[in-house]
Write a protein that binds this ligand. Sequence first.
Ligand code: COA
Ligand code: AMP
Length: 637
Amino acid sequence: MVSHYKEVYEDWKANPEEFWETAAGAIDWLEPWSKVFDGSRGAYGRWFVGAHTNTCYNCLDRHVERGRPGQPALIYDSPVTGTKKTYTYSELLDQVSAMAALMERHGVAKGDRVLIYMPMVPEAVMAMLACARIGAIHSVVFGGFAAQELATRIEDAKPKLVVAASCGLEPGRVVEYKPLLDEAIALCDFQPDACFILQRKQCIASMVPGRDYDLGDMMTEALREGLTTPCVPVAATDPLYILYTSGTTGQPKGVVRDNGGHMVALKWSMGHLYGVEPGEVFWAASDVGWVVGHSYIVYAPLLHGATTLLYEGKPVGTPDAGAFWRVISEHSVSCLFTAPTAFRAIKKEDPEAKFLSKYSLSSLRSLFLAGERADPDTLEWAEEILGVPVIDHWWQTETGWCIAGNPLGLGKLPVKVGSSTVPMPGYDVQVLDDAGHPVAANTLGNIVVKLPLPPGCLPTLWNAEERFKEAYLNEFPGYYKTSDAGTIDEDGYLFIMARTDDIINVAGHRLSTGAMEEVLASHQDVAECAVIGITDKLKGQLPCGMVVLKSGVEREPEVVEKELITLVRQQIGPVAAFKLAVVVERLPKTRSGKILRGTMRSIADGVTYKMPATIDDPVILQEIEEKLAGKGLTKAL
Ligand code: COA
Ligand code: AMP
């Protein structure tokens, strides 16, 4: 198929409002908009102003009413528990409606927040959709975060209700969620009214009388009673959810997503970007705690009338490196979406892809990768073994959907390895120098998006409009700052090279080195510290903390290093994958006192670096190099 990308993109550029108005025709609205886009609202404008709708209705009810009641909506495949279960659209609607009614019984109403702290179980998806049904705003917290991180989110979102599970299951380890939840609530001034707890048989949590309710028992009873509740109309501009993501400090940013624009963008993407038809099986192998899980495990496939797959397992070890192939063949997956790190993990265990011979992958038409740059080796390996197009596409929690990709639904564009291809309609992507001037083709600079952002992107940060402007809009007036650096070539292809802030990407998970530094600095023996992301073959990057101890500390450096590793795990969580702490004598700095993080990263990665002209004392770099070499951490030595 010849690509129609150029016509479609030009179409959008010529008349953006008409473009999105046409796309909005694929969504059911209770009341139409008075303005497709109103530039006078919010920091940069709002989409579908005046319209009313309901996201849950669009995900479930309309498919039940119009021809898909018996079609699978959600397939749950959990190798860690040995469970497989399919919910049709009709069954999922019953579950969601019952859970929404239970939430209402506990006083949750439109605009209230509900925090969801759950592993990859169907009840997590149901809880999200139940919130959408009654106009409550969900905030899902990834299970790999520790109590302190959970507490920060509870304090900021002020949820009336928490929906949690007793535990999550990591290979070989039961992660008890309930004690973490109890600890988080104890750390907060704000107290939720109630907690719905899903008791999983792998670990039965103790309950706080008067606050905790057994979700399983309540659901059994509610379904027996036939308890339901109708969809509550919400404004297109009302928040659907808040998703916290790493910022440059320990205080995460609460990315807000609206109802209307979000649905329009996601629905458009399913057909035009991913090339998936209603009725097909779409599998995003991510976690509901991340944006990919929100958009492409829950909302987009259901808005599209496709079948979504919820996989509670890993690419390797549950039980082997053939797990992804089993799932694809068993459930006839058409399109798989995951992070490159998952494929690196499979390649490491099974470089010749021997497990593939056990399965038929005839249903698979494409693999989409995101979350971090798809390194050419991994991309080419995946393409070779799968024999389908492998598409790198670039996006952020903030945007909620793809900024640049190769829209297969419009006909595949030629792939340039290392590039996430071209901007999607809605995004006018440009590269600016630090002074805000456009740079020439192939010149590295700050990647920005000309305002307004398209439907689906964040309109603000939760209760932090000024921080929103400061973080994204002020530096380059008229543009959204992505905090990614890269280039655009003469064909308009985008190459994303690095973050311009202190965010690192560990196994496709976005983490703030600033937040880790705050934790290290809180240790009584630490005078100063710097956390850098060093290159890792499997996870892309790994955090490494360099710490200087206070003078007079006589404890063994190794003991302090171990304590620091434990502290980050306790304060941020296992997801930080913080396993490298190195006590050093001094940190390299510029004469003005700025820590030379980039230079230390180059040393650790074994790449050549230029001695910074402004360095205070060059000898310190030699000391750092020796320390890292002592830990086996420089590839150069
Ligand atoms: N609850 C509790 N702990 C969790 C968790 C969860 N939901 N998810 C991860 N963790 C823990 C892990 O068990 C691990 O703990 P450990 O230090 O005791 O081993 C730690 O957090 C780090 O997790 P992770 O970085 O995911 O490493 P891993 O070794 O468990 O798995 C991969 C590595 C590559 C297999 C895995 O990250 C993966 O499948 N990634 C690709 C898909 C993806 O998640 N993408 C995200 C956005 S698209
Ligand atoms: P998150 O908000 O967790 O989705 O992380 C967003 C960040 O991950 C981006 O700002 C990029 O730095 C990085 N990222 C995501 N997808 C890609 C990609 N395809 N190529 C390069 N970097 C990516």
